[in-house]
Design a protein around this ligand. Structure first.
Ligand SMILES: CC(C)(COP(=O)(O)OP(=O)(O)OC[C@H]1O[C@@H](n2cnc3c(N)ncnc32)[C@H](O)[C@@H]1OP(=O)(O)O)[C@@H](O)C(=O)NCCC(=O)NCCS
Length: 208
């Protein structure tokens, strides 16, 4: 590809990531990051961040709610809107580093032609519902919905959907337990010392 065609591709590509250097640098500056993300994504909510060294493909079919941070090493890979419903990440979803989300599989029904030439199965959307937490290095596969307030353990491969308020982990991810309603839980009183510790942890976390 000639240099001008390459530059045009970088400028117009429906994607963000280190492989698109013309826009990737913008992720290092909050205002520029917001400008890029609100223009590229179908939706990009208040206080959300898309950090350098994360990738998104077919951004126009990805919706990111408010207070969501997409951390370095994460991959949001989907197809254009006419191929399926894409990826929806609702408000307050917490994601560790290196979370991979995919919405389509290669077709592999034929044995007489290479998989690379067989195209894709119909894309199936992924939804991360409000307030769930996806542990680092997890892989979320096509068609999966993670329920509200669910926790996905680090390194999980999630092959099917889970309803609200449960902890899932492993490969394939299985439910470890459900999260009981908070109404029966004793109130947790924060001491001055624990407040300082949790504050330091939060600050370190927001820099990660
Ligand atoms: C899932 C998690 C939150 C712990 O949940 P928990 O309900 O307290 O689970 P427990 O530690 O009591 O473990 C319960 C069982 O699940 C297993 N388990 C816990 N986390 C697991 C994981 N990530 N993968 C596989 N199994 C896991 C434990 O080994 C244990 O199994 P056992 O009953 O056979 O001994 C935690 O292990 C985890 O994965 N945290 C993610 C951390 C992360 O990615 N941080 C990124 C920063 S945003």
């Amino acid at each position: 590809m000639g240099i001008f065609r390459r530059l045009k591709f970088w400028y117009t590509a429906d994607r963000i990531g280190p492989d698109i250097p013309l826009t990737h640098w913008m992720l290092h500056f909050k205002a520029m990051m917001r400008f890029l993300c609100t223009h590229r994504f179908d939706n990009f909510g208040e206080q959300s961040e898309f950090r350098p060294y994360a990738f998104a493909v077919a951004c126009s079919n990805i919706r990111i709610g408010s207070r969501v941070v997409i951390r370095p090493g994460s991959f949001l890979i989907t197809e254009p809107k006419d191929c399926g419903t894409g990826i929806t990440i609702e408000d307050d979803v917490l994601m560790g580093n290196n979370v991979h989300i995919y919405t389509a599989n290669h077709n592999f029904d034929r044995i007489d032609i290479p998989i690379i030439d067989q195209g894709h199965y119909q894309s199936r959307g992924v939804v991360l519902k409000k307030g769930c937490w996806i542990g680092a290095n997890s892989v979320i596969l096509p068609g999966v919905t993670i329920g509200q307030n669910c926790v996905v353990g680090a390194g999980s491969v999630v092959t099917k959907s889970f309803s609200n308020n449960c902890v899932v982990a492993g490969n394939p991810a299985r439910m470890i337990r459900s999260i009981p309603s908070t109404t029966n839980k004793p109130e947790i009183k924060e001491t001055a010392e624990s407040a300082v510790i949790s504050c330091a942890v939060l600050q370190a976390h927001s820099r990660a």
